[in-house]
Each structure stands twice: as structure tokens, then as C-alpha cells.
Design a protein around this ligand. Structure first.
Ligand code: HEC
Ligand code: HEC
Length: 253
């Protein structure tokens, strides 16, 4: 009888420990958005050597009339009209449309630097992540005008420094709970922001009331290198609704 009780007690302790582990794993598990996985992969794969840091400053490309490697920003619109074309560039090193042009083939031949085909080196899923990053960096077209003014204000206010292009990245943030700045994309956002009221609290005060009252959350918020600033005194009256419209568009696009 005593032995059985001991075995039972052990089982309960082990079961409890396992349950705690599962909870810890689920709260701490990083869930990087595709664009951030793509950014980290681009860094590892050497893309930024030619396209510049985060694809923002093309390296000089002697021999070519366009003088430098295209960036992932506005240039993409000239080179790739759609996501499928961005994918083609990365997968094949060019697009069918470009290969049909003799003038382009000469340009490519003359340049010191050439885009490679990464289709043999990377998996399809990795290429999808790179496409998500290049798309975020290129500032995609937003049909809704309130949402469009929202992202313009986010850039003006400096939000996209920490939250990345389009608010889609998750830059490293040492000391924070998950180790990165949460993006406005992806599942972390839904845990942090339940509705437009909480969104307004984050933006105006730098924290939501719910998180401010939670001692465990406060501990990690205070300990992180990057902290969400309180923007209240820098905001114009139309800002929060416009920012919210942008985030809503982003999460449904
Ligand atoms: C050795 C230099 C080099 C490297 C490394 C490189 N590229 Fe390129 N890339 C180019 C050049 C040059 C072009 C222009 C293509 C042309 O017109 O011939 C280009 C074009 C592109 C384009 C289409 C045009 C645009 O606006 O950017 C995309 C997208 C692209 N590269 C993505 C990537 C990605 C993603 C990686 C890493 C996996 C990468 N490149 C690595 C040189 C490079
Ligand atoms: C200095 C870096 C920094 C800047 C600038 C910044 N944030 Fe944040 N933001 C954070 C961090 C870090 C968090 C996570 C909470 C924390 O650790 O304080 C956060 C959290 C948030 C959240 C909670 C949900 C989520 O998934 O991101 C929202 C919403 C948000 N920020 C919006 C904005 C807006 C809008 C702006 C511009 C007006 C902005 N942030 C500017 C660092 C920043």
C-alpha cells in the first residue's frame, strides 16, 4: 500500500512537471513571422553582400548601365511585378520575362556581379520566406487609404525602426521574454493586443493595462534592451485609428 502511494505521488510530481514544461514551451516558443525568417536567412545566405544591408543599398556593379545592384525597396517594382516574379528571381536567378530580352542578357554578361539561382541551394519553404522578406522590404501596394496613411505615419514616428519594414519583422531584443521585438504580423500580436482599446494603450503608454498589471510580464518588459516607448505626446489625433487600420489590413492580407 505504502509503495503504491509512493509510486502515485511520484507520478503526480512528474505529471505536474511535464505540464509546467509544456506551458513554458508554449509561452516561450519563438514564432517568427515569415518575413523575419527570410531576413535572417538572407543574412546567412549572403544576399546583403550585393543588395546591401537588409537590401537597402545595392553594391556598385561595374560594367552595367544601371551602375549598382538593385535594392529590395523601390527597385523591385522595376524588376518584378508580382510575388511570383520575386520568387522566380530568387529561384532561377532571373525571370522568363528578362531572359526573353537580348539587351538584358548583354547587361547581365557585362556586369561584374550576377544574381545566382538559389533554387538548388535552398528549400521551397526557405524561398517562400525570402519572398516574404523581399515583399515586406518593397513596401507592397495597400488599397485602403486609411491603412496607407497608417503605415506612412508609422514610418514618420519611427515605429518601423524597431518593428521592421511594414511592422512585419521581429528584430532581436536581448532580455525580452522571447528574445525579439514582437511584429504586428503573426501569432504573438494576438496575445499582446486583444482589441483596438489595447492597441491604443500600447501606442500611447508603451504598455497595455493588462500587461502593466501582470508582475511577470512587467519583469521581462523592464529587463529588455528595446522597450516600447510611450508615444502619447508625439501623436496627432488621427494617428491611432490610421495605425490600427494598417495593422488590421496587414493581418488580413
Ligand atoms: C553576387 C551578387 C548577388 C547576390 C549574392 C544576390 N544577388 Fe540578387 N541580384 C543581383 C543582381 C546583379 C541583380 C540584378 C539582376 C539583373 O538584372 O541581372 C539581382 C536581382 C535580384 C532580385 C530582383 C530585383 C530586385 O529589385 O532586387 C531579387 C528579388 C534578388 N536579387 C534577391 C536576392 C536574394 C534573396 C539573394 C540571396 C538569397 C540574392 N539576391 C543574392 C546580385 C546578387
Ligand atoms: C524602441 C523600439 C520601439 C519603437 C520605436 C516602437 N516599438 Fe512597439 N514595441 C517595442 C517592443 C520591444 C514591444 C514589446 C513590448 C515591450 O517589450 O515593451 C513593442 C510592442 C508593441 C505592440 C504590442 C504588440 C506587438 O505585437 O507588437 C504594439 C501594438 C506596438 N509596439 C506598436 C508600435 C507603434 C504603433 C509604434 C510607433 C508609433 C511603435 N510600436 C514603436 C518596441 C518599439
Amino acid at each position: 500500500m505504502k509503495l503504491i502511494r509512493l509510486a502515485l505521488a511520484r507520478l503526480i510530481v512528474i505529471g505536474g512537471a511535464l505540464a509546467l514544461l509544456v506551458i513554458a514551451w508554449r509561452t516561450l516558443r519563438p514564432e517568427l513571422p515569415a518575413a523575419e525568417r527570410g531576413r535572417r536567412l538572407a543574412e546567412k545566405t549572403g544576399c546583403f553582400a550585393c543588395h546591401g544591408p537588409e537590401g537597402t543599398r545595392g553594391t556598385v556593379n561595374p560594367g552595367r548601365t544601371d551602375v549598382s545592384v538593385p535594392t529590395f525597396e523601390d527597385d523591385v517594382m522595376m524588376y518584378a511585378k508580382t510575388r511570383e516574379e520575386i520568387r522566380e528571381w530568387i529561384h532561377d536567378g532571373s525571370t522568363a520575362r528578362r531572359r526573353a530580352s537580348a539587351a538584358w542578357r548583354d547587361e547581365r554578361e557585362n556586369g561584374a556581379l550576377r544574381m545566382q539561382a538559389f533554387g538548388t541551394r535552398l528549400t521551397e519553404r526557405q524561398i517562400d520566406d525570402l519572398v516574404a522578406f523581399v515583399t515586406a522590404a518593397s513596401g507592397p501596394k495597400i488599397p485602403d487609404s486609411l491603412a496607407r496613411s497608417g503605415i506612412a505615419r508609422a514610418e514618420k514616428l519611427g515605429c518601423t525602426g524597431c518593428h521592421g519594414q511594414g511592422g512585419r519583422l521581429a528584430r532581436r531584443n536581448p532580455g525580452s521574454l522571447k528574445g525579439y521585438v514582437p511584429s504586428w504580423d503573426g501569432p504573438d500580436f494576438a496575445e499582446l493586443v486583444r482589441d483596438s482599446t489595447e492597441f491604443r494603450q500600447w501606442v500611447e503608454k508603451g504598455v497595455s493595462r493588462r500587461f502593466d498589471r501582470n508582475p511577470a510580464a512587467r519583469y521581462f518588459l523592464n529587463r529588455a534592451v528595446l522597450r516600447m516607448p510611450a508615444f502619447k505626446k508625439h501623436l496627432e489625433p488621427a494617428d491611432v485609428p490610421a495605425l490600427w487600420a494598417y495593422v488590421t489590413w496587414l493581418r488580413h492580407s
